[in-house]
Ligand binder design. Structure first.
Ligand SMILES: [Zn+2]
Length: 389
């Protein structure tokens, strides 16, 4: 039985030590959290993925009542591969400026650590409404776990009042975010010796045409600003993140794969980019490719979709979160989070967590100690509120 509550930073140190890069299982970390909660007498539920290799964790503290607050975070982190780190990414390392370095410190084990370190305080408080903990897997590769987590949440507990997704916002309250889509484009050409270009069709060259088209589309969409929101950048963006293909310098490549995605301003049609890509391929690019060889092909496969978040649907959550941060305004962000998924299940949701998104996914990722302190203060105010509502 644990008797003493670890500080948020002590807890962060423990969480960072688990390498929960999305390609790995998160079960070790999840089991650690489960046994930590057990130690305080809090029962938790795991919601595994189909293969049983990963799991969401869900727990409720306090009365079985409506109007609770969900503290939500993802347990996975992005890879450190090829990044020049000055310290071990899996060891929380504080520098003299008070920054706590380690993979996942800001995105987003900082928030999870703060929530966990307050579990004893939740237990000891006279909560009138429950606190729900909802931790997911595979956020970084398309918010895959959050769908089953959100379903479980709405299916198994009395209706919560708000979800706080603790992604890094410097503890600002974010009530608008872009939608995002991830797509894999596979180009299939026809191999030939590179001196005989008339005999084959290079998948890479046609993939190059597609990338060029995406750039032009991005330039066009950049002209369309959102009338009210001050998201930076304030337009739809497109990125090709991974290109693979080809087997040798002197062979026309048979296959080329593009892993690409886009982010659409909240309120804009989140399917526009995919639809236009499908049209361009069907009407222009594929016929051109097939004219070179009938077996040539291009397929688009959706890898992920994250819905956007609009302010007007989340006023209740924003009002509450602003009380606990002491802030006086809300913000819009260009990146996608699990917030849109929770909102899609009908619960007002905002994003608010420690750390700066600028440090997320970077080498030497960090969260400032002062941000962890601000998150602690937020949770203390939340507890006081839950004792009186
Ligand atoms: Zn994140």
């Amino acid at each position: 039985m644990s008797t003493r509550a670890p500080s948020s930073i002590e807890m962060l140190k423990r969480l960072v030590a688990f390498d929960t890069t999305s390609r790995n299982s998160n079960l070790e970390l999840i089991r650690y959290i489960q046994s930590y909660l057990d130690g305080f007498g809090v029962r938790s539920t795991l919601v595994p993925n189909a293969e049983g290799t990963k799991a969401n964790l869900f727990a409720t503290i306090g009365p079985e009542a409506e109007g609770g607050i969900v503290l939500s975070g993802h347990t996975d982190v992005v890879p450190v591969d090829g990044q020049p780190w000055d310290s071990d990414p899996w060891t929380l390392t504080e520098t003299p400026d008070g920054n706590l370095h380690g993979r996942g410190t800001c995105d987003m084990k900082g928030f999870i650590a703060a929530a966990l370190s307050h579990v004893p305080a939740f237990q000891n408080a006279q909560l009138k409404v429950p606190m729900h903990l909802a931790f997911s897997y595979d956020e970084e590769i398309g918010c895959l776990g959050a769908h089953s987590l959100a379903e479980r949440l709405v299916g198994s507990v009395p209706r919560p009042r708000a979800v706080i997704v603790g992604e890094p916002t410097m503890m600002g309250v974010v009530n608008a975010q872009n939608a995002g889509g991830g797509i894999v484009a596979t180009f299939t050409g026809f191999e030939a010796h590179s001196s005989m270009t008339h005999l084959g069709v290079s998948a890479i060259h046609f993939a190059g045409d597609f990338i060029h088209w995406l750039n032009e589309l991005q330039e066009e969409l950049a002209q369309r600003k959102h009338p009210h929101l001050d998201t930076v950048p304030n337009h739809t963006t497109i990125n090709v993140g991974i290109v693979t293909g080809g087997t040798a310098g002197n062979i026309l490549a048979r296959e080329c794969t593009l892993n690409w995605g886009y982010r659409t301003l909240p309120g804009d049609d989140p399917w526009e980019v995919q639809r236009r890509a499908e049209t361009y391929i069907a009407e222009l690019l594929l016929p051109k490719m097939k004219a070179r060889h009938p077996d040539a092909d291009i397929t688009l496969k959706r890898r992920s979709f994250v819905p956007g978040l609009l302010p007007q649907e989340n006023e209740e959550a924003a009002r509450l979160a602003l009380q606990w941060t002491g802030g006086n305004r809300t913000y819009a962000v260009p990146y996608g989070t699990e917030a849109g998924i929770f909102r899609g299940h009908g619960i007002p949701t905002v994003i608010c967590g420690p750390g700066d998104i600028a440090q997320a996914h970077q080498p030497n990722e960090f969260v400032a100690r002062s941000q962890m302190d601000a998150c602690d203060a937020f949770l203390r105010k939340l507890i006081r509120w839950a004792e009186t509502h």
